[in-house]
Each structure stands twice: as structure tokens, then as C-alpha cells.
Design a protein. Structure first.
Length: 383
């Protein structure tokens, strides 16, 4: 007759019938010091069962491994043959690294690093490392930094070895065909003539802002505007800027770019980005009205935090106004270029592209002067 109880028995030595087969189960209690160890039974890890644990097993021989991180594992062969709860106690020994061996290996590794480092340094100083590797790792980054900072990169001090100077200047010029670079063979240097003056004027503008010198500030932004207009072939149509609050604007004519941008247009400087939202919007609106342009395009810049200004423009002015924000790096990129008008137009187009797709709900990132537009996960467009 078939038993009505088909579940696994929990009582010691209880028998149950499944069909005509009778199985007798036994209890095995596993305890370890420390507790919380994993149990591996006949090579299979028992999920979510840590010591102490009571296992219900049938008669037979079992291979049991008790393991815990930071301790040596213990292996047991257990024979299950008698009724009652059969206890197994295991003490796990912690894994110990012999201090003497550990320190010995630390010293060996430290000496090896020093020897390899000295060998690389010596090969670099003596010019025995492949110049392509030195250029990629060291020289290119140093040239970029010196050109951006001072407009002059001394290859003599960067490369040091005379036989690699021509290689370096040719390689850098080839990799940066858009830069208006001059190679001074007498001084062995790469130069961007206008950058030192621009950096100097930008620094003066920041200093005058900090000191509250408005007259000096206006003189500096006038020079920066003239520098930009001369580079781009634009005309500054005002000798003095229109002023509303902390906002100053010049009317700029771009005769050679009329088919690409709206001209004339206001070129606007903000003394600070912390102006309240209402004042910011009111001042910009009134200054555009005062300049009397029949469109809503303008270029804005600020000397302290251009990213905050961009956020404010997106929040308060778009799409009513087509204002773009440029920062020091944008200025410098235009001034450094062989074709500054093209770089200027690209900067404007990138801003408009970013604004359009962000308003369309797309995620937009600028990487290597390209807009990466993610419409849906995994679907990217490059502009």
C-alpha cells in the first residue's frame, strides 16, 4: 500500500515509502570554528547553507569539504550508518604568510622595479628608446601644454637630443595640420604668435574683474574683441560697448560669413555668471534691442565659469534666442587655426547641434570636437 507522506522526513531514522522503495534517512550535524563556512558535499557546493548546519542524508559514504575565506579548507570522509544525529566538528586554521618570506618578496619586487625604472630612465636620457614611443608618451603632451600656456614650445628643452628635434617638429605639424604653427629653426621651437598676447589679455580681464576695475576691464575686452575680429576678418562696428548691468556688447559684422551666420551680430561679455535669472534675461533682451539687430543670434562669453553660463542660456533663453556660449578654449582654438573662420563656424554649429538634440530628448556628449548624439540606447549619431 502506497504511503500518504511523500515529503522528505525530518525526524531521525524515520522511514518512508515511495512506491515500493523504502529509504532510511539520517541527520549529520556540521559545526566549524569559526562558523559561517561553506559546505561542499561530494564536490558540490550547498547553496545558502553555512555552518553550523544539519544535513539530512541517506546511508553511505560522503566526502565533505568545509571552507572559509582566509582559512585553510578541511576535508572529511564521513560514513553514515547509524541512527541519531551524528556530529562533525571542524576547526579551520587561518592562512598564515610567513613574515620572512613576505618581506623577502617585497624587497625583491622593489629592487626589480628600481632596476627597470633606472634602465628606462637611462635609455630615455641617452636617446636609446624609440623616438616614436618618447613622442607619444612624453613630448606631444609637453608641446600641447607649452603652446596653450605661452604660445611657444621649446623643442630643445623638451626633446633634449638634437637628432630628434626635426623628427618631433615634423611629426607634430603633421598631426596638427589645422594649427597656424611656425617653426623657429634658430630657437628650435614651435610657435603660435598670437597666443601669448591673448593669454595676457584674458588674465588681465580676470584680474580687473576681481579688483572691480570696470574701466580697465572694458579696455581689455576691447583688445580681445579686436584680436578676434582681426583674426577672423570681422569688423567691430562700435568703439565702445553697449552696457546693461554686468553685460557688455559689441556689434560685429562678419561680411565673409553672411551665408553661414547671421550678421551683424552682438558679441556679448558677462562680467560674472552669478547675475540673477531675471536680471540676466532682462539685460540680454535690452542689450539686443539697443543694438538693433533683426534676429536673435548672439555670441556670449564669461571669464569665470562658462559651463554655468551655458546651463543658464539653455534654461532661460532657448529657443527664443539663438545665443551661443564660447569660452577661453574656444577663443584659443580660433586664434590657433590656419582657417579660423572655419573653426568659428564649427564651434557655432556644434552648439546649435547640441541644443537641438538636447531639446529633442537626446543625450549629447562632445568628444574630440564631435557631437555624439545618443537617440536610443546603443544607437549613436556623430555630427
Amino acid at each position: 500500500m502506497r504511503s500518504e507522506n511523500r515529503g522528505t522526513p525530518q525526524l531521525r531514522g524515520r522511514e518512508y515509502a515511495e512506491g515500493l522503495v523504502f529509504v532510511k534517512l539520517f541527520l549529520l550535524e556540521l559545526r566549524s570554528k569559526p562558523s559561517g563556512a561553506e559546505i561542499i558535499l561530494n564536490g558540490k557546493l550547498l547553496e545558502n547553507q553555512l555552518t553550523p548546519q544539519i544535513l539530512t542524508l541517506s546511508k553511505g559514504s560522503y566526502e565533505i569539504e568545509i571552507k572559509k575565506e582566509g582559512y585553510n579548507s578541511e576535508h572529511k570522509t564521513v560514513e553514515i550508518s547509524r541512527t541519531g544525529k551524528q556530529p562533525i566538528d571542524v576547526t579551520l586554521a587561518p592562512i598564515v604568510i610567513e613574515k620572512s618570506n613576505y618581506l623577502r618578496w617585497v624587497w625583491v619586487l622593489a629592487i626589480a622595479v628600481l632596476v627597470i625604472g633606472f634602465a628606462l630612465w637611462y635609455r630615455f636620457r641617452t636617446g636609446k628608446i624609440d623616438p616614436d614611443i618618447q613622442y607619444s608618451i612624453f613630448w606631444k603632451r609637453q608641446i600641447d601644454e607649452e603652446l596653450a600656456e605661452s604660445g611657444v614650445a621649446s623643442l630643445k628643452s623638451i626633446v633634449r637630443k638634437q637628432r630628434y628635434i626635426d623628427f618631433t617638429q615634423q611629426r607634430y605639424i603633421e598631426e596638427n595640420p589645422d594649427y597656424n604653427l611656425i617653426y623657429n629653426r634658430t630657437e628650435n621651437s614651435l610657435e603660435l604668435k598670437i597666443i601669448p598676447e591673448f593669454n595676457s589679455q584674458w588674465k588681465l580681464a580676470q584680474e580687473n574683474l576681481e579688483n572691480g576695475n570696470q574701466e580697465e576691464f572694458i579696455q581689455v575686452i576691447d583688445k580681445i574683441t579686436e584680436m578676434l575680429c582681426e583674426t577672423l576678418g570681422f569688423d567691430k562696428l562700435q568703439d565702445t560697448p553697449e552696457q546693461r548691468g554686468n553685460i557688455f556688447a559689441y556689434l560685429i559684422d562678419a561680411p565673409e560669413l553672411r551665408t553661414k551666420i547671421l550678421s551683424p551680430f552682438p558679441f556679448v561679455y558677462l562680467r560674472e555668471h552669478t547675475t540673477s535669472d531675471d536680471d540676466f534675461k532682462s539685460c540680454l533682451s535690452s542689450i539686443v534691442d539697443a543694438i538693433k539687430v533683426n534676429h536673435s543670434f548672439a555670441v556670449l562669453t564669461v571669464f569665470d565659469n562658462a559651463s554655468l553660463l551655458r546651463l543658464k542660456v539653455k534654461k532661460l533663453l532657448y529657443p527664443q534666442y539663438d545665443f551661443i556660449v564660447i569660452d577661453k578654449n574656444n577663443f584659443r582654438g580660433v586664434l590657433m587655426a590656419k582657417d579660423p573662420q572655419n573653426v568659428f563656424v564649427q564651434t557655432i554649429n556644434m552648439w546649435w547641434t547640441t541644443m537641438f538634440f538636447e531639446q529633442s530628448g537626446c543625450d549629447v556628449k562632445v568628444v574630440d570636437d564631435k557631437c555624439i548624439i545618443e537617440k536610443t540606447p546603443g544607437e549613436n549619431l556623430q555630427e
